[in-house]
Design a protein around this ligand. Sequence first.
Ligand SMILES: [Zn+2]
Length: 85
Amino acid sequence: MKCPYCEKEMTKGALGPMALRAWTYWVSDAYIQTHPYPPTTQKEQADAGIVPIYTGYGTKTQADPVWYCKDCGKLIGELSDDTTK
Ligand SMILES: [Zn+2]
């Protein structure tokens, strides 16, 4: 997916809950598909290249896809029906 702001290619990933720094983070699908557990320590989160998101709440277990543009810092999510009700 191309970023509608800068038109560069975006990276598909998902949101997850975190207890350090922020309440939510974005992580790439490439990391999710190669690791059986989410990154929990600061080293794992740094190695995963997570992006902290300061929402104040976590997210549900079944994550919706979210695209991240590293060039202009935009996130674009695709919410499922149960999160929009
Ligand atoms: Zn962009």
